[in-house]
Design a protein around this ligand. Structure first.
Ligand code: SAM
Length: 464
């Protein structure tokens, strides 16, 4: 097998997982923050992944990306691979592949990455539910979308959203950094695309991992590992990568969870689509635990955010998340405007989105994750709810410049509602995204120039 040598001190290939359907949004962030280019060929998008070149100097910036979940160093790729018919021959190929890789260079890059490598929590390792004690408690419904980590969803993207809840904990307190002097303990995780391979994922991990151990003398530890090699058996390709993150980058911001807490990475991508400008008033009128406005207030800090929800417990959870960040994260954080602000510019409120206590044309951007009609509400309810909220959202956003980015799995209902309200909203872009195994839609909307009146509020305002 012809293997291109990995040069850990030179240019390397990086791959990052992202919510499937949001690859182009992640590519935009990578191009502006890592590559400093607008060249559209600088980042390649594949389902649930983006690929680009970087150097070890970019490691700190890579780990600060907001749109992606996991980072990998691409060690080797075999394109146009034809699987042999027998399992024995396939195992032989994997042994040859492992022997042809320069594991010293892989180790060197792993060491460069060590300062950024946060240890996995023990429960993540074991794939267990959090104990009652450890969980930051709010209600019996509080669960966290989890991640079994090796096991990407069908997109190759581990834990692609939080409408799927695997009940695995998050740790908001900084996780220990992997000990730099610790001996390497590793695991191989195999992901198989399709079923054409003559070898199963565990068999491939066993064979490939066994060969790596023969070559490197690394200790195998399937749960307490500090180095993870991923082997992807594609339809007609093989890919070997080194995990640069042991826990997903979406594990941030939220300490008080709800049943449909959205990943902050997905929230970031929705916000990024709205092209938020300094001073914009940004509203999530159905905020749940506040994943969207919190991510906004942290990443676009020179704006005012309003987070509202009809359910008291949800608004309270959102408030608790904001307070936790104010007390634990904001201290000393320097913002773009050079202030040393100690709190997020975010207010939470309990309200009904069909009847908002706001002046017409008073908001610039609405970003929201609507009830899908599965865990929250029902598809029947949505038929009434969606037209009512879209009308009210149109009223409070500024004609011509107002934007909205809405996520829902109930695409049929939102499309019908939008076509009935096309005098107020134009659909700029739709993305089909994978949210925890559900195919959902992201709808990027722009306000038309037509204003919407709501008599009792607008008449009162004009009388002032
Ligand atoms: C999909 S969840 C939002 C989850 C949220 N993005 C998060 O990260 O936790 C939808 C939310 O809409 C809220 N909701 C439903 N109907 C509402 C209404 N008429 N007004 C305000 N909020 C509403 C629900 O209480 C629920 O919290």
């Amino acid at each position: 097998m012809n293997v291109e040598r990995l040069n850990p001190d030179g240019i390397v290939s990086i791959s990052a997982s992202v919510t499937t359907g949001m690859e182009d949004v992640a590519a935009t962030e990578v191009k502006s923050k890592i590559l400093n280019t607008s060249d559209k060929h600088a980042v390649t998008a594949k389902q649930g992944r983006v690929y680009f070149k970087a150097t070890k100097k970019s490691l700190s910036d890579l780990h600060s990306l907001r749109s992606v979940d996991r980072l990998y160093l691409v060690i080797h790729t075999v394109e146009n691979y034809v699987y042999p018919e027998s399992k024995v021959a396939a195992e032989e190929d994997l042994s040859k592949l492992a022997s042809s890789i320069d594991w010293d260079s892989v180790t060197q890059f792993w060491r460069y990455n060590l300062p950024y490598l946060k240890a996995r929590s023990r429960q993540e390792d074991l794939g267990k539910k959090p104990s009652k004690k450890r969980k930051v408690k709010e209600s019996a419904h509080d669960v966290l979308a989890g991640d079994n980590s090796t096991d990407d969803d069908e997109s190759g993207n581990p834990m692609n959203g939080s409408h799927k809840h695997d009940d695995i904990p998050i740790e908001m307190t900084a996780l220990p950094i992997v000990e730099s002097k610790a001996p390497i303990s590793f695991r191989v995780s195999t992901n198989r695309v399709g079923k054409n391979q003559p070898i199963t994922s565990p068999e491939a991990s066993y064979k490939f991992g066994g060969k790596i151990q023969d070559i490197t003398n690394w200790k195998v530890d399937l749960t307490g590992y500090n180095l993870e090699v991923l082997l992807c058996l594609g339809l007609n390709s093989l890919e070997v990568t080194l995990a640069l993150t042991l826990q997903s980058l979406h594990r941030r911001n939220i300490t008080h969870f709800g049943i449909t807490t959205l990943r902050p990475t997905t929230a970031y991508n929705m916000l990024q689509l709205c092209d938020i400008q300094p001073g914009d008033v940004v509203i999530d009128p159905m905020c749940g635990t506040g994943a969207i406005p919190i991510e906004g207030a942290l990443e676009w800090p020179n704006n005012f955010y309003i987070a509202g929800d009809i359910v008291k417990a949800a608004a309270k959870r959102c408030r608790c998340n904001v307070e936790f960040l104010d007390e634990n994260v904001m201290f000393g954080r320097k913002f773009i405007d050079k202030t040393n602000r100690k709190n997020l510019l975010l207010d939470t409120i309990r309200w009904d989105t069909t009847n908002l206590p706001l002046k017409s044309s008073s908001a610039d951007v609405i970003v929201s994750d609507l009830p899908f009609g599965k865990r929250v509400g029902s598809k029947v309810d949505n038929r009434k709810l969606y037209p009512a909220i879209l009308q009210e959202m149109a009223r409070v956003t500024r004609p011509e410049t107002g934007r909205a980015c809405l996520l829902t799995q109930d695409k049929r209902t939102i499309i019908r509602a939008l076509s009935a309200l096309n005098q107020f909203w134009t659909v700029r872009k739709t993305l089909s995204v994978n949210i925890g195994g559900l195919t959902a839609g992201v709808f990027l909307l722009k306000r038309t120039k037509n204003s919407v009146q709501r008599p009792h509020i607008d008449e009162h305002n004009s009388a002032d």
